[in-house]
Design a protein around this ligand. Sequence first.
Ligand code: NAD
Length: 352
Amino acid sequence: MKILVTGGLGFIGSAVVRRLIAQTPHEVVVLDALTYAALPEAVAACADSGRYTLERGDIRDPERVRAVFERHAPDLVMHLAAESHVDRSIDGPGEFIQTNIVGTFNLLQAARAHRERLSGEARARFRFHHISTDEVFGSLSLDEPAFTEETRYDPRSPYSASKAASDHLVRAWGETFGLPVVLSNCSNNYGPWQYPEKLIPVIIAKGRDRQPLPVYGKGENIRDWLHVEDHAEALILIATKGRLGESYNVGGGAERTNLQVVKAICDALDARFPQAAPHADLISFVADRPGHDFRYAIDFSRIERELGWRPKRSFEQGLPDTVNWYLDNEAWWRGLLERTGGAQRLGLSAGG
Ligand code: NAD
């Protein structure tokens, strides 16, 4: 089988690609624009397999997308390419509209045209898996039940609104044009190879530089955390075995306040640098993000029931492992920050 993975150089996409190459016989074609968020080093080992091809291309460009479908004739599309950082969507929403909405539209149109050209078994086999976020469901209070696949959409940030729009487009192409689609909505991911602008790696990086550790508001906002390797496993199951027309919620069963997460990172840093002053002394509460959703929680019973998936890694183990991974790969993330202007933006020291 040939699988087209859009955004395959990103944090989650690269975990999917590594897993596909290591654990399946499939061929993988990555379509990625190599934005600041691309992590080519995360898939470097895949090149030796002879089953991995990179197509540098922008999903905002319909001709480029069409050409990739024509050249590679994929059996399955796993669509992860997106602008993914909420804070960036507040500073500059335009790119989120273009990539997340128009880019998804371009992919759906190209997939439709591609499927029209197929016949027999190849046509029957073709599937399109759209990867999305739990943020489309909006914000929960403490006593509300977790999001299910039936929860009403209520996006509140430019990022989540653009992802919600893309989910609606995918469902519409399934209903209206008979495109064989499946969707998934996942909670916050963490683990190796995440660009250091999201909460966990940014706190590790700042802690390493002994800088103030910024926590929004009072740190009371709650997220559910899932290890990226568990997500990648779920995604491959959904893409290949999920029921067409359905969506699957994917979560870690690990709701934590932001302050709990930051304190756990501090504990792991203290364990590696026992001589240093406690890292929790560096915690600094900053003005809250506008429209900051209070709580996300995921009911993942459908994927558990239908596909037998549940997260394998506990947050208690996965978080310190992640901290240690970043400490062992400091040259990589400092180089990445330097190359992409992130060091200056986040006030971190650059260089390897
Ligand atoms: P990421 O920002 O780490 O990576 C995105 C990748 O897409 C990068 O390699 C980038 O170069 C590529 N890309 C961006 N714009 C592009 C364009 N116009 N054309 C082609 N490629 C482009 O994102 P991620 O964290 O790996 O997230 C992947 C997907 O999973 C996204 O759709 C996101 O909404 C979703 N998701 C993420 C999380 C999370 O916690 N990170 C949780 C749930 C869902």
